[in-house]
Ligand binder design. Sequence first.
Ligand code: A3P
Length: 320
Amino acid sequence: MEKREDPNDEVQELLQTLEQQTNWDGSPLVKYDGFWLPALFFRSILSFQKYFKAKDSDVILTSFPKSGTTWSKALNYSIVNRNVYAIDQSPLLTCNPHALVPPLEHDLYYLQDNPDLGNIPSPRIFSSHIPFNVLPASIRESKCKIIYLCRNPLDQFISHRHFSLKNKFQNDVVPLELDEAFDRFCQGIHSSGPFWDHMLGFWNAHLKNPEKVLFLKYEDLKEDIAFHIRKIAEFLGYPFTEEEEKQGLVEQIAKLCSFENLKNLEVNRSGYVHGVVEKSSFFRKGKVGDWTNYLTPAMAERFREIMEIKFGGTGLMFKI
Ligand code: A3P
């Protein structure tokens, strides 16, 4: 993906003043509003904040990276467009979900400071990984809908590790070993971290205004996808009609968006997203609890204690 030239301007100046860290894979992170954001996307995050104007009909899919964003895109796209395309004609059969639901700071505002998004038909669906407080005011204050998807942080950590190693984003760097990377993760030093603040930002926004922010967990979707497809449709204001229920549309969407189906589609088996990310790397195992194959019981215990401290009393928790 061709990035625009970075001018020597106030964004560069601000960047120089921010605290910096290196992620376990060697990628630079900057601390902004309490979060470790990827330095690569700092300019696009600021442009997104400054220029994006949400419409009330917009749907913003937010997530912690590697929490099932691709799945969320496929599901929401199918739910919202179910009267436009029959399931067997779905654009998902020929396009990767990231091409149908464009990432805001990783794509649209990365390529241009102020892209023209006015021609995209409503309801527009976009995605973002940035924390709730860093989102443009118009997203937080308009009537647009926010759907947040998170995942057991241990599975997210392992998934992210595989994803970064496979795509070799930092070619010239030897990545940290798993135990050192885990130690940083526990300290909250990782892309979009600390994960607890990222999750709690959306969790609290959901508690405050459940009509505005839907809070989902990957594990719950895995347990009962049909229930969650109905829940998302209702939240967005497009509940399934009796006729659609009779036709089995919910089950058809679940099948279309399933890990096995998407992973095996020709369009997702080869090629790249944004020219640099292997499409196949978005579909690895798609399982709950894969972390147990990589992390020791002592690591899990340390993590359980961190979660008790960070999430205790909030109503948010993950099973270890
Ligand atoms: P694993 O690496 O554990 O397999 P994201 O889409 O946010 O980048 O997250 C990627 C994770 O979601 C990967 O997890 C990937 O396999 C999983 N995933 C992708 N599509 C999925 C789907 N349709 N259903 C369930 N999981 C999916």
